[in-house]
Design a protein around this ligand. Structure first.
Ligand code: CDP
Length: 157
């Protein structure tokens, strides 16, 4: 659980309404270098084996998305990154067996800049620096496709 935000809003007859309960986050990193973006080929679960994703992972309890991403990219790629402002858009994931009353799990994407190290696939099958054209033709996991148009525009700048 990464945040329990309660916003106070004037509503007739009420003092406050809860607009967002606890949200769990999966943070994905968009690492751009030299007109290409880093994608990683998943090895598991079987349904995603062989598909490409923006590397990242689940935030642990009390961890923000950016902090989780920094940790995950260190674990998975062996690099130290600086995480930027989150990209527009998010995808609600459907974790099997979500606890009653628990909030949604959201996939969010953040730009990340490598500060130290060179990415190595320690948990993925392979890494690839993808061009705008690669993003269109390579099999990405469905969830990550949301960011393809924005990234293609960025890579073609
Ligand atoms: O490594 P960790 O177990 O923390 O997370 P993960 O297995 O990489 O991702 C958790 C969930 O987010 C899985 O259901 C992935 O399919 C999904 N995910 C995604 O849709 N797109 C990404 N770029 C990363 C994760």
């Amino acid at each position: 659980v990464i945040g329990e935000s309660v916003a106070l809003r004037p509503v007739p007859g009420m003092v406050a309404v809860i607009v967002e309960g606890s949200v769990r986050e999966v943070a994905a990193g968009v690492v751009i270098r030299g007109g290409r973006v880093l994608i990683a080929q998943r090895a598991h679960p079987p349904s995603l084996d062989g598909l490409w994703e923006f590397p990242g992972g689940k935030a642990e309890a009390g961890e923000s998305g950016p902090v989780a991403l920094r940790r995950e990219l260190h674990e998975e790629l062996g690099v130290t990154v600086r995480v930027g402002d989150r990209l527009d858009g998010e995808v609600e994931l459907d974790p099997p067996g979500r606890a009653q009353g628990a909030g949604p799990t959201l996939l969010r994407a953040y730009p990340a800049t490598i500060e130290a190290g060179e990415p190595r696939a320690t948990e993925h099958r392979a890494l690839h620096w993808a061009s705008a054209e690669d993003l269109a033709r390579m099999p990405l996991v469905d969830n990550d496709r949301l960011w393809i148009p924005a990234l293609q525009a960025l890579l073609r700048e």
